[in-house]
Design a protein around this ligand. Structure first.
Ligand SMILES: [Zn+2]
Length: 274
């Protein structure tokens, strides 16, 4: 089985974000440097999250190169994995989670790679999902994933490990979700109203009743995080018409391995993937 090697030397990207790849630690630390517009108000590097790149969790190579779309995605979609709320919060478990999702998506679903762009474990570890996701955010363009049917061309997805119908996520996961959403809002120039749940765009319970009910708090916490770090958003809030009417949710939706609702639709630009 081929494995990809995404280790890269340190480099400073054109958007001013320092991407470092520490081969020994297997991490990609994203040290945020402010864009020129924010430089005078945010001299110190903002505490951007550490996101583990694909080489860290030993990802398989994608079957083909994912498509890209110019410009930022419209939505930042919060998912749950609909798997057990297990209590192993280790980094090893987080890497195993990423490999398991990728194997399921490629081998069971027939997709070219992991569907989602980012994954957060119950231990709060953040990982790159689909190949090229980190570079896309850095470059300000959208890397097309497979996680929300008929919206994949305009939505970046975060898979949160667990099932959150009746309980909320761990504190570690919640903190990492705030940081990840703040990072995406900031680098994509999107408002916090761009943060939606899978069920806002498809017929599913995902990300669970409890986590879904926490999305207003998430948007508020992300907003506070950004303001506390002098990170200014430029885009206006979404209007009501930009968030489609919520579809019906099946009451008896089954929970199976790494399936949390419609992920690929006929209207998707990558509809051929499935
Ligand atoms: Zn979902």
């Amino acid at each position: 089985m081929s494995r990809e090697n995404e280790s890269r030397p340190h480099f400073l990207s054109r958007r001013g974000m320092l991407l470092t790849s520490a081969a020994a630690a297997g991490t990609m630390a994203l040290s945020g440097l402010p864009s020129p517009a924010q430089a005078q108000t945010s001299a110190a590097a903002a505490p951007f999250p550490t996101i583990r790149n694909r080489s860290a969790w030993n990802a398989r190579a994608p079957r083909s190169t994912p498509g890209t779309v110019a410009g930022a995605p419209t939505y930042i979609v919060v998912h749950h994995t609909a798997t057990a709320n297990q209590t192993d919060y280790s980094l090893a478990r987080a890497y195993s989670l990423s490999r398991g999702i990728q194997n399921w998506h490629m081998d069971n679903n027939g997709w070219i790679d992991s569907g989602q762009q980012f994954t957060i474990s119950r231990g709060g570890h953040i990982m790159e999902g689909r190949s090229g996701s980190l570079l896309a955010v850095d470059g300000g363009y959208h890397l097309v994933g497979t996680h929300v049917a008929n919206y994949n061309g305009v939505a970046v997805g975060i898979e949160n490990e667990g099932t959150y119908n009746t309980v909320g996520p761990t504190g570690a996961l919640w903190s990492s979700l705030i940081e990840t959403c703040a990072w995406l809002c900031y680098f994509y120039g999107r408002p916090t109203s761009a943060i939606v749940g899978h069920r806002d765009l498809g017929s599913t319970q995902c990300p669970g009743n409890q986590l879904y009910s926490m999305l207003p708090i998430l948007r508020s916490d992300v907003s506070n995080y950004l303001s506390n770090h002098s990170m200014t958003l430029s885009a206006p809030e979404l209007s009501g018409s930009e968030i489609p009417p919520r579809p019906e949710v099946p009451a008896d939706e089954p929970v199976v391995a790494y399936e949390h609702g419609p992920a690929l639709g006929s209207d998707d630009i990558n509809a051929h993937e499935g």
